[in-house]
Design a protein around this ligand. Structure first.
Ligand SMILES: [Zn+2]
Length: 135
């Protein structure tokens, strides 16, 4: 999934986590589940990072300052850092550790622009819900 989708899923996981200590579990779990679904990914990691930061900015500008929500989003997006390291040649493809990247869990097939549209709409809905909930 796109980084902004992982961020939105992790943020909502953080919002509903019964305890702050469980936020990383739910956030990283959401990343694994979403990666198993067929999905669209941008080739450009720069674009992925910018869109992820825009999602973070939308929450902050919307008045969402809950540590669990923000941390959930950031933690959920973090595993894709290893994709950045592979794309920039810092590590080899076989050095990926995250289960949905390394092959321990199946990775969803590539999907087209319809999937990108779905990711965008669902992520916008999640961010909007979190902003509405914080108001
Ligand atoms: Zn991933």
């Amino acid at each position: 999934m796109c980084v902004f989708t992982h961020f939105a899923a992790g943020a909502v996981a953080g919002a509903f986590s019964p305890h702050a200590a469980l936020v990383p579990v739910f956030a990283l779990g959401s990343h694994m589940i979403l990666d198993m679904i067929p999905h669209f990914d941008f080739e450009s990691m720069f674009l992925e990072i910018v869109l992820g930061l825009i999602a973070l900015g939308i929450l902050l500008l919307g008045g969402v300052y809950s540590l669990s929500i923000i941390l959930g989003g950031v933690i959920a997006a973090l595993p894709d850092l290893e994709n950045l390291l592979v794309k920039t040649g810092k590590i080899g493809k076989n050095r990926k550790l995250f289960p949905s990247h390394s092959g321990i869990l199946p990775h969803g097939a590539r999907a087209g622009l319809v999937n990108l549209t779905m990711q965008s709409v669902l992520s916008a809905a999640v961010l909007g819900f979190l902003i509405w909930r914080a108001a």
